[in-house]
Design a protein. Sequence first.
Length: 416
Amino acid sequence: MKKTYKLNLVVAGAGLLTLGLAGSAMAFHSGGVAECAGCHSMHTSKPGGKFLLVGTDQSSTCLSCHEHAGDTGPSGYHISTADADMASNAPLQRTPGGDFGWLKKTYNWTVRGTANTEPGERHGHNIVAVDKGYVADATNTLSPGGSFVAANLQCNSCHDPHGKFRRDSTGAIVTTGAPIIGNGSYATSVVPAAGQAVGAFRLLPGAGYTNSTGSNLFAGSPAAVAPSTYNQTEATNQVRVAYGAKSTNGSATWAQWCTSCHADMHTASGKLVHPVDQNLGSTISGLYNSYVKSGDLTGTSASAYLSLVPFAQGSSASDFASLKANASNTLPTSAGPASSDQVMCLSCHRAHASGFPDMLRWNNEYEFIVTNGAYLASGNTMGRTEADWIAAYYDRPATNFATYQRGLCNKCHAKD
Ligand code: HEC
Ligand code: HEC
Ligand code: HEC
Ligand code: HEC
Ligand code: HEC
Ligand code: HEC
């Protein structure tokens, strides 16, 4: 009797996994808590594991679906590339947060006889996922500018696996009060009616969130809207996530959310750090809108947007309609910022990982990002092949930039 029961559960679990892995439109979390058996197994969880999870640890459990061996390119909701699929090439996923696989790419090169190493762990958030070969950061043992213990960093440090945070019909982020009727991350997500709610953006937690990796870190869930297809090459069409700039009604600004673990990186800390949560103003929004590439300031706002340098929109507390209108994945160009739009952490950093040090969206370690029309040129190989650079720039051809293109701080400051 007991044996049969066990067997059934295993089969049910395996079936679910197959659906998840198929990369189809099949939902799983649907903006809230998914079927328990997708992550927990009552009688057959991993030996040595915790919380009856199907993986050895929390992140391994998530990656049992969010990484899939056999991928040949960007695929659905995958945010990590399996080792075998990036043995001789760069990571394959192109999601807004970035592919955790960059954490496993260490680059070595020589400059004027001196050996240089750029360790993979510098490329992002080193989540611990034993089953998938991800280990804690050996250098940053605490979150820089904060005190979060790096060895505890798991997917569920940043995402609520039970998806309790929801946006109700008034736009407020709450954890109870109305059932979650579906996903709330997309331009295609339904607008909740009175008595209904949709999931918080990307299941990102807000006030009161507590788990084994850390307690009560967040003041609110950040707001944004993504296009429903968000993992694709940006060789032609950019993926634009419309990030919100609001901090009322249970929401936090993006900078407030990130500084839950990096307090001293916020301007409000009184430390000398780059402005965040600050309007671009007419000068900087004007530069962004006219900047095309180094030496070329002939652009117009209608086509100025660059997903390598996003900004937060200064919409009102319940203005999801304007965020939805800006989220897209089918346009080669879209509009640049208004003067009331803001600079934030994700203007320069990705959230998971990137092909560059400090998880930046572009290479900030060298004065040029393109020389003589190519990413790879004498002096700036930094241990990479041209293909590695192209992947890190989400497949944009180097010809999108000037033949001698300077770093992308210039998109806002035009010092080049
Ligand atoms: C997406 C994966 C996922 C799903 C689906 C999921 N859980 Fe969990 N659950 C986790 C993770 C990860 C933890 C560990 C949390 C921590 O680190 O503290 C956990 C912990 C728990 C715990 C112990 C700690 C606590 O928060 O109370 C309980 C109880 C629990 N889950 C119940 C459930 C139930 C019931 C369901 C189905 C309605 C469910 N879970 C669905 C991932 C999941
Ligand atoms: C059984 C497979 C499976 C597991 C395990 C799983 N996911 Fe997912 N996840 C999916 C699928 C399928 C989607 C896309 C459909 C959806 O959002 O429901 C998805 C989507 C997501 C999204 C985007 C959802 C949104 O509302 O925008 C996040 C964030 C996410 N997963 C995080 C996690 C985390 C964190 C864990 C581990 C605690 C986890 N997932 C475990 C299958 C899984
Ligand atoms: C440091 C916090 C943090 C950690 C750790 C983290 N995420 Fe995320 N994740 C985010 C944020 C923020 C976004 C939204 C990124 C954006 O839209 O620019 C996101 C987005 C996503 C998405 C949507 C696709 C994308 O890239 O935008 C999925 C799926 C997801 N995360 C799953 C995971 C899984 C699985 C793990 C663990 C292996 C994980 N996350 C670890 C913060 C985190
Ligand atoms: C739950 C805590 C937590 C949150 C939330 C969080 N971080 Fe981190 N972050 C860490 C830890 C721990 C480290 C150090 C370990 C590492 O680098 O992997 C870190 C490292 C970093 C680094 C250095 C990366 C490197 O390799 O040098 C950057 C940049 C960063 N975080 C930016 C962000 C941004 C941007 C956000 C918001 C999207 C964010 N963090 C949200 C915990 C967090
Ligand atoms: C204008 C671009 C920009 C913005 C905005 C920005 N950063 Fe950074 N950040 C950088 C650069 C460039 C570095 C590399 C080191 C340096 O130049 O200080 C960096 C480094 C970091 C590091 C690693 C520090 C270390 O000691 O290893 C963390 C953590 C970090 N940023 C977090 C954040 C957070 C959190 C926010 C939002 C509150 C943020 N950053 C906003 C550009 C930016
Ligand atoms: C998304 C647009 C944006 C990007 C990208 C950006 N900045 Fe800024 N930066 C701003 C804004 C807005 C201000 C505040 C301007 C003001 O108050 O007049 C600012 C201010 C500054 C200041 C003056 C700070 C002070 O205290 O006076 C410096 C220096 C600076 N940025 C350097 C950089 C560097 C270096 C980078 C690239 C790593 C960068 N910025 C990327 C928008 C941006």
